[in-house]
Design a protein around this ligand. Structure first.
Ligand code: PLP
Length: 445
């Protein structure tokens, strides 16, 4: 269904404001001026401004006109997701943490303080990490179905850094990279910084639409395919084994590198083997400890084909020299003593409980999500406006994301992405109840 003219205009102005093409403080045309410019009725122009005001993007000042509001993201928050006010319930960012994790850190710091090699943590480390740390990581990844040689592992400063060094080491400006039509926003930020040419591939319930991908690869030189086969963010999908086989075939046929992001993979029980297990020669596997351990630790890993390791190592050197030794030592200690396995199992249970609450409280709405994931996707009817909904929820001190940060197509679907991992269970339930009420009143009525 085509959106009415005024909605298209609302979307275009909203996107100009968010992208900074219309700067904060800009005075917008009068209602009559907008109507004349766009060839619409004055009453329609008034409606456009009313909608932008409801989204929190413009302010109307009596007698002065309509102005672009300052929507700058406050310090400390991501540039690609919307603002989270300090008093808001955060269903926007996911930082799953369990009670008792601070005690684990206290114990680990005590253990480290008593250990014999503290001096070594004060020096520069090998760019790709110490051999003993890479050996711990290799053992951990074996439990995830991979069998990497420690020499093919690089310790990085979180999965986002792992993706950044992968892009730096393997791609150049103008290179075509196939991505899901809805994908992890951090990859979009990288694509913008490194001037990659993203080619969106529609998503199906099984993952990327492989027919569409094959057609794109036949038409354009796709240098890499960025994919999240296990626990896709934001849709929670797990790609079946036969689809993985076909994806690998397509990548091999066209000489495309597979960039496999497994940041949330631990949440899926018994998934098919990672792409890097089946096709280690054409896959760079990136993952981290943010979602299973703690976001502030900033430790991640990259597993790469041997011939790619030197370029990746140079990219680590160019960006950070080495991942901090202290956090790496703590993380590897937890990999070795079973803490990570234990926390992963507890977080899977925690995510299941949260997902069950979401399914109860949002029952009847067309939710998309994995039964043990920390987020749900809520598609809205075409004529609903996700921005208006998020603005209404923000006024009720609830922060959620629209589809925009996740979208790689020019058309942004109307949807909400709700992160379930950052508030306690009782609050999650009451907050989702409000989300439901507002969504039903605003979008589904
Ligand atoms: C799919 C995906 N990849 C990578 C990252 C980055 O994670 P890290 O905190 O390890 O840099 C995230 C964080 O949300 C993510 O969702």
């Amino acid at each position: 269904m085509a959106a009415p003219r005024y909605k298209t205009l609302v979307d275009a102005l909203a996107s100009d404001i968010r992208a900074g093409r219309l700067a904060a403080g800009t005075r917008l045309p009068t209602h009559r001026g907008l109507a004349a410019r766009e060839g619409i009725a004055v009453v329609t122009a008034t409606r456009v401004y009313a909608e932008l005001e409801a989204m929190g993007l413009v302010s109307r000042e009596q007698g002065r006109g309509t102005f672009v509001r300052d929507i700058a993201v406050p310090a400390g928050h991501g540039i690609d997701l919307q603002v989270v006010a300090t008093d808001a319930v955060d269903l926007n960012f996911n930082y799953p943490s369990l009670p008792g994790q601070a005690d684990l850190l206290r114990q680990a710091l005590r253990g480290l303080a008593g250990s014999g090699d503290l001096d070594s943590l004060l020096s520069y480390q090998p760019h790709r990490g110490r051999p003993q740390d890479r050996a711990s990581i290799a053992r951990h990844l074996r439990r995830r179905g991979l069998s990497p040689d420690p020499d093919q592992i690089l310790v990085v400063n979180g999965a986002q850094h792992g993706l950044a060094v992968t892009v730096m080491a393997t791609l150049g400006a103008g290179d075509v990279v196939a991505v899901d039509a809805l994908t992890y926003p951090g990859f979009k930020v990288l694509a913008e910084a490194f001037r990659l040419d993203l080619e969106p591939i529609p998503v199906t319930p099984d993952g990327p639409d492989l027919d569409a991908l094959a057609q794109v690869c036949a038409r354009r030189p796709v240098r890499a395919i960025y994919t999240m086969p296990t626990l896709h963010n934001p849709l929670g999908r797990v790609m079946p084994a036969d689809e993985r086989t076909r994806l690998i075939e397509i990548a091999r046929r066209h000489g495309s590198l597979l960039i496999e992001d497994a940041s949330y993979a631990y949440l899926a029980e018994d998934p098919p083997p990672p792409l890097a297990a089946t096709a280690p020669d054409v896959t760079v596997h990136v993952t981290g400890l943010s979602k299973n351990l703690a976001t502030g630790l900033r430790v991640g890993f990259v597993v790469a084909p041997a011939h790619r390791v030197p370029a990746l190592e140079r990219a680590v050197r160019a960006t950070i020299w080495n991942t901090p030794a202290l956090t790496t030592a703590i993380a590897c200690g937890w990999l070795d003593d079973g803490t990570v396995d234990h926390l992963e199992a507890r977080k899977r249970d925690d995510a299941k409980a949260r997902q069950a609450i979401a399914r109860q409280e949002l029952a009847g709405l067309p939710l998309v999500g994995h039964p043990s994931s920390y987020f749900v996707w809520l598609p809205l009817p075409d004529d609903a406006r996700a921005d208006r909904l998020t603005a209404t929820l923000a006024r009720r001190h609830i922060s959620v994301s629209t589809a925009e940060p996740f979208t790689t197509t020019t058309h942004t679907p109307q949807a909400l992405r709700l992160a379930l991992g950052s508030t306690d269970l009782d609050r999650l339930r009451t907050t989702l109840r409000t989300v439901r009420r507002v969504a039903v009143e605003d979008a589904y009525s």
